[in-house]
Design a protein around this ligand. Structure first.
Ligand SMILES: Cc1ncc(COP(=O)(O)O)c(C=O)c1O
Length: 371
């Protein structure tokens, strides 16, 4: 099969094209924050423009920003990371591509949770790497656990915590067990930590607390509310940094310069706590409003999603989403976008809108389900 035919479209984008033709839609499908970044970010961006900071940076990123991110690991997790191991990337999306490129060869297998963020498998396909889907469910809190990997010939494991689409968080124990297992078996552990900071129950741990060999990927698109700045980072084991540099030199040259200057001011913890509180209030509104309408198997602990089982009403999440859009003017993401493991019985709802809009969405869904 041609490589390009292995890539799957994001079905929700097709739904969105339909949504754009309908007026007054409540959008609960959108996976990006609607809040502003810390005000100092905008000031830094304006300053950078005035000071003509629009030339390439070194491929690994501005040293000042790499140092600031290393400091973040110390402040948030108490982990010492050398700035030399921090690599600035074009979003976490750019980081996934680089991480896969420097660790995996054609035909190698990478373990991915099913359900999980749809783009992971497509990055694998782009590099002729084989995704190996590990079915996860409420029984294991949607985690990939070491025993689920035994006997599988994978070279890497890619996890995300908090996870998209379930909003679930890896426990400290599972993360540690998985990190130990990967070190022992010589597997790469790739940990997508982009929803860190947006955690409302429990506490997030970075894989770096448990392994220096973990490849940790994070970015500014979610908690820091800077999705369009297209900037992220990864922390690599020392011996991989030079390989990453060579890929970035060729593929990206450097991450966006203006965004790097702006990101220097993103670590405004007081402001970011207000972001977290806002999403937490919204989470409660949406969860309380939906919990009697759908079966919500895992109460979301982080990110900004609710993974709701619709099997009382339908076994076809795409059709259900389309009808909900047409009849009730509420857009959600069909579960089938995230995998094949029973996903046709789920939809994902995002609380990236204000509370009033969420309440309106809940009312419309309630009316729709009365049928
Ligand atoms: C789990 C996960 N990782 C990564 C991304 C991509 O983020 P970025 O804007 O950093 O490329 C998303 C976006 O929705 C996501 O849900």
């Amino acid at each position: 099969m041609h490589r390009r035919d292995k890539l799957s479209p994001f079905l929700v984008m097709d739904l969105l094209a339909e949504a754009q033709r309908i007026r007054d839609v409540v959008h609960l499908e959108i996976g990006e924050p609607d809040l502003d970044p810390p005000p100092k970010v905008i000031e830094a961006l304006e300053r950078a423009v005035k000071e003509r900071k629009y030339f390439y940076t070194p491929s690994l990123g501005l040293m000042e920003l790499r140092e600031r991110i290393a400091q973040f690991y110390k402040e948030k997790y108490g982990v010492e990371v050398s700035p030399e191991r921090v690599v600035i990337t074009t979003g976490t999306s750019g980081a996934f591509l680089v991480a896969y490129a420097i660790t995996l060869n054609r035909g190698d297998r990478i373990a991915l949770a099913d359900p999980s963020y749809p783009c992971y498998k497509n990055f694998a396909h782009l590099l002729d790497v084989e995704p190996e889907f590990i079915p996860v469910s409420r029984e294991t809190n949607y985690e990939i656990r070491p025993e689920m990997l035994r006997g599988r010939k994978v070279k890497a494991v890619h996890i995300s915590s908090p996870a998209n689409p379930t909003g679930t968080l890896y426990s400290e124990k599972t993360l540690k067990d998985l990190a130990d297992y990967c070190e022992r078996e010589g597997l790469y552990l790739i940990s997508d930590e982009i929803y860190h900071g947006l955690v409302y129950e429990g506490k997030e741990h970075t894989a770096l607390e448990f392994s220096d060999r973990a490849i940790v990927i994070n970015g500014f698109s979610k908690f820091f509310c800077m999705p369009g700045f297209r900037i992220g980072w990864m922390v690599l084991p020392e011996d991989l940094v030079r390989h990453a540099e060579i890929v970035i030199q060729n593929v990206f040259i450097s991450a966006p310069t203006l965004s790097q200057y702006a990101a220097l001011e993103a670590f405004d913890y007081d402001y970011l706590e207000k972001v977290r509180e806002t999403f937490n209030r919204r989470r409660k509104v949406l969860y309380e409003g939906l919990k009697d309408l759908f079966e919500i198997e895992a109460k979301p602990q982080g990110a900004f999603y609710i993974w709701a089982r619709i099997s009382r009403y339908s076994g076809d999440s795409y059709r259900f989403s389309l009808e909900l859009l047409r009849k009730a003017k509420v857009a959600v993401t069909p579960g089938v976008d995230f995998g094949r493991n029973g996903t046709e019985e789920f939809v994902r709802l995002a609380y990236t809108k204000d509370e009033e809009t969420l309440r309106e969405g809940i009312e419309r869904i309630r009316e729709f389900l009365k049928g």
